[in-house]
Design a protein around this ligand. Structure first.
Ligand SMILES: Cc1cc2nc3c(=O)[nH]c(=O)nc-3n(C[C@H](O)[C@H](O)[C@H](O)COP(=O)(O)O)c2cc1C
Length: 161
């Protein structure tokens, strides 16, 4: 016998798996920045450098992101919990208002104060049930030594170096 309690729900299992928190971002048809909070970020390959994120089909930005040639992934730092919440809540538009950002070489947004950023060109969009799996080639990336924002059991906390 072990001490696990069986659950019918994948969601209940995934919420105990700690992750970092990112904002995946791009430019809408009018050239305005958009983004959403994403924790389904992982590395795929080092050579070539590939990463993936999963984007819900019901996201306002699903079609735009899956048809875009590029996107950015902003890895949030411990003091960006408010950004994580803002980019996960309605309204979907205007999330970058009053948020400091600058354009990557692709034009996609890089958030000020993040722990790391990756500028990606889209190489594949795969079907993954109610999400699409966006595979990106990392064209440029950068890190600093801030503490990371951690998501675990539905709450956010921080991880120091
Ligand atoms: C910590 C956290 C992680 C999330 N991870 C994802 C994810 O990996 N993929 C996704 O599609 N949505 C994810 N979401 C939900 C989206 O952020 C949210 O549904 C989205 O912002 C809704 O707005 P939209 O319609 O503008 O996309 C996450 C939310 C939170 C709070």
């Amino acid at each position: 016998m072990d001490d696990h309690s069986e659950t019918p729900s994948l969601r209940e299992v995934m919420r105990v798996y700690p992750t970092g928190v990112t904002v995946v971002a791009g430019l809408d048809a009018g050239g305005s920045p958009f983004g959403l909070t994403v924790n389904s970020f992982t590395s795929v390959s080092l050579d070539p450098p590939l990463v993936l994120v999963c984007v819900g089909r019901r996201s306002t930005w699903h079609d735009r992101l899956t048809s875009a040639a590029s996107f950015t992934i902003n890895v949030l730092s411990a003091d960006q919990e408010a950004i994580a919440i803002r980019f996960a809540r309605e309204p979907s538009e205007g999330r970058f208002d009053e948020v400091e950002w600058r354009p990557a070489q692709s034009g996609d947004p890089i958030l000020r104060g993040s722990l790391a950023w990756l500028e990606c060109s889209t190489t594949e969009v795969l079907s993954g049930g109610d999400h699409s799996i966006l595979v990106g080639r990392v064209e440029r990336c950068a890190v600093n030594d801030r503490a990371a924002l951690l998501f675990h059991r539905g709450g956010m906390s921080s991880v120091e170096e």
